[in-house]
Design a protein around this ligand. Sequence first.
Ligand SMILES: [Zn+2]
Length: 108
Amino acid sequence: MKGSCHCGAVTLEVPHAPEWVGSCNCSLCTKTAWLVAYYPDDSVRVEGETVAYIWGDKMIGIHHCPICGCGTHWKTLGQDFGKMGVNARLLDGFEPGAVEVRLFDNRG
Ligand SMILES: [Zn+2]
């Protein structure tokens, strides 16, 4: 399954459509409205230049397209969870109402 940011400078390819996505209520996700699909690091292809935003406990880099601003994916820094997050909203044909949305309570 493929996807891209709004301007098309960043493209994504994931092995399959997400079965569910995570919606998180931390201070960042509340503002960015990501719906996150999780995949093994080595199964996702990201092409194009992205900028990483690193904040809080600095455990993950949250990437976005520097041209159109769409959040694209996040990756762990240092400690490896073996998984990375992809913003499912960028996947072609993604329909938020058609998948299970799991709410993560990370408001601190
Ligand atoms: Zn873009």
